[in-house]
Design a protein around this ligand. Sequence first.
Ligand code: AHR
Length: 522
Amino acid sequence: MLRRRIQWLTILLTCALGWMTSTASAQDKPVDVSVTVRADEPGPTINPNIYGQFAEHLGAGIYEGVWVGEDSDIPNTNGYRNDVIAALRDLKVPVVRWPGGCFADEYHWRDGIGPREKRPVKVNTHWGGVPETNAFGTHEFMTFAEMIGAKVYISGNVGSGTVQEMADWLEYLTSDTVSTLANERRKNGREKPWDVHFFGIGNETWGCGGNMRPEYYADLFRQYATYIKTPPGKRPKIIASGGHDDGTRWVEVLTTQVERDLDGISHHYYTIPSGVWEKKGNSTGFGEDEWISTLKNTMRIDEFIKNNVAILDKNDPEGKIGFYVDEWGTWYDPEPGREPGFLYQQNTLRDALVAAINLNIFHHHARRVHMTNIAQMVNVLQAMILTDGPRMALTPTYHVFHMYRPFQGATFLPTDDSTPRYTHGDVSVPAVSVSAARDSEGKIQLALANLDPNREAVVRTNLRGAQAKSASGRLLTAKQMDARNTVDEPENVKPTTLSAKRDGNAVVVKLPPKSVAVVQLQ
Ligand code: AHR
């Protein structure tokens, strides 16, 4: 009996040991991926505006984050933080969407012009119920955009505004006549009219922007768009408020019920680790379950874009209407001890992976995706920059946007890849996310993200229709899944040089676990 028991125990132990070694070796073994870049089949231009930002009057997004006022001890130029402006200039932000968001449908532009001490103080009912001083208004925003070299995307108020109010705002901004509104702009310090590149008619009109039905909004869109009058050649692209998540109805209704003035339809999708709004998950201190669920959830944008693009292709075969993902990014539970309405959250290596995955997906849809705006630029949700008093930290997301700069305006190149899957528990995603493009200097840019937090990926890339004599790149990774930068440790997560090996006409890149790389082949 005892002998039998010992035998069983030995078998069990051997099995357990075998399982452990096989798991350990499977984990250690790099993932092999082969990629073919079809350089001989160039696709559409990757619109630089895919790298757009969103800045709302929300928490410390504008006040503190961008605007501190001329009297602040924080080093500033005419009220704008020097450190933030320099970092954003370096990022080559192509376009900024402002003033909201939900805030836009309660914003009355006249509150934000004229002498600052005379501007009315309102309540920011959406975001924490805090006073809105209107110190940052039209002139401040337009100057800010000029300072960082970005185009402007203004969201007009449909929810609580009027057609007249919207029409007046456009006249105030763009008129070169001697109209009373144009002269008022001059009196307030701006002689020359501004260019307004994009104008949104409302925001989330299905929700905070008025709780409308798409059919009702389609009529409002037609009415509001009729009165957007600007000097010849200065008409902004007009963007309709569209749907969110897996919705397609807004695109269906707008493309069948609006015959003119429609340059783009907006869509919003936020990545939530749990997929449940009420209990989203934390921005730090998460385990591998939440790592993979976040990445899986963020990839859903691919299917959402495909479904909406299919409708656009059916109803707008000439391809005039763009799909504008003008709010996207991660959204976590509020940080303990902070005002929940300020949507301040930490930003970690996981956010860097989210950014890279989304940008790769947007590149693949460059034909219809004409703009995206990550939410939000500073101190709110998946921010580029987090400030703390006079100091700031660039987030891992900032670094991804920085590394991806050569993709702005580049020509998309299709790729085929053989990536295995990374599986954790019952969740599985492709281990490596890929996109490629030919930049304005003719170099091939390859963006890679290794989603697996445990295994290195060895990516062997072949070029079809091109030759690479050299390869070099930048890599972003860290030891911890939730590694982040703080004002005390601002360089915890930052890009390093990546070496790539040439092997015949192939280029071999070793991607550490949980990393993002951009490689230049020339
Ligand atoms: O980005 C935060 C909010 O999310 C925006 O104000 C709104 O449009 C969306 O619901």
